[in-house]
Write a protein that binds this ligand. Sequence first.
Ligand SMILES: [Zn+2]
Length: 221
Amino acid sequence: MFENISNKSIKVKFLAKDFMLKNRLEKLEYSSLHDLSNKNFLIPNQTHSTNVTYSNIPGQIDNCDGVFTSNPKIVCCIKVADCMPIFFAHHSLIFYGVVHAGWKGLIEGILKETSVLIEGRGYKLNNFDILIGPSIQKCCFEISNDVVSRFPSEHIKPKPNGKFMIDLQDIAFQELKNNGFNKNKIRISNDCSYCQKDKYFSFRRNGKNAGRMIGLISFRP
Ligand SMILES: [Zn+2]
């Protein structure tokens, strides 16, 4: 799916479980990424917020869940384990970024904030390819009564066990479309981080000690 970007100068990578284990990155510190390659990382210190930041200077950004840049030396970087890594690449210009969208950030409007940031920099939303990477899918993402009222009613499906099934990728797709992105340029991975335990870490499956996977988007000269 990561080849589905029309701008061939922009590269997306998803470092899944085998890579993380092989490189002993399962207890990931971003400093270890610097050792891995001499790249300039732009890293949000994810807090399930709706804050998205633009920067042409590498480094970590507090209270932030999405980063964008137009500096071709910068690699935008997030970590996930069930949450959606959502990559954005302009179809011809050097402007790209990645957003970490768990259910909270999603329903609180991180994709709206993303569209505001992109338009605020003078780019048209219609010109972006979007990839939603491996994440927990509707087969496995269920919620209980305590939070169900926070979700849009059209996305809630009751289950026989008294819980509710939610399709986070579909919510993200609708949000992106409603905010002005081109629905024909949105690609969604079918891989479920919870089901596919050989390939992915999962917070819901492994608990708070779950490993993390890394999503990267960068420029290739
Ligand atoms: Zn699943």
